[in-house]
Design a binder for this molecule. Structure first.
Ligand code: 4NP
Length: 160
């Protein structure tokens, strides 16, 4: 089983969309039984909530299902997951600091390192912006999650 945890700040905008899109790509590749896919936030303010209504609308428009209920990253995630995929550099710093405290095997990776149109850049937080932000985040995450799956398949020698 390959386990992946998508992480942002609140776990109601970016990481739920990354999770939903990754599930979609893995399903299309016929590999769903080989993956555990989840998302979480470095903060816990929205624990228990579904994705932000604006993100749910963007997802519905693109026929993507977002199953997430927000939760905060917990110490045992660092041992339970193979990959922790963070949305921006602030998430990366926070998660690297927590990994130092808790230990664990998880590899921490920046989501857009798999986006050929923005390697090394952040997925911007759309929470305080307008609707266009959500569509742009969708496009970035669609490219990045597809690229991430390709990378894992190559890395592990898995064909679709
Ligand atoms: P996300 O967006 O990290 O993409 O889920 C945010 C949602 C809520 C908050 C911050 C970021 N908040 O501070 O409540």
């Amino acid at each position: 089983m390959i386990s992946t945890l998508f992480i942002c700040l609140g776990n109601i905008c970016r990481s739920p969309m990354a999770e939903g899109l990754f599930i979609h790509h893995v399903k299309e590749a016929g590999l769903l039984d080989q993956f555990e896919i989840d998302s979480a936030g470095t903060g816990g303010w929205h624990a228990g909530e579904r994705a932000d209504p604006r993100m749910l609308e963007t997802a519905a428009k693109n026929k993507i299902h977002l199953p997430s209920r927000a939760r905060q990253v917990k110490p045992k995630d660092f041992e339970a997951f193979d990959y922790m995929i963070v949305m921006d550099h602030s998430n990366k710093r926070d998660i690297e600091k927590l990994k130092k405290q808790h230990g664990g095997k998880a590899q921490i990776i920046l989501m857009r390192d798999f986006d050929e149109l923005g390697k090394g850049e952040a997925v911007p937080d759309p929470y305080y912006g307008g609707g266009k932000g959500f569509d742009e985040v969708y496009e970035m995450l669609n490219r990045s999650t597809a690229g991430f799956l390709n990378w894992i398949q190559e890395e592990r020698g898995i064909s679709s």
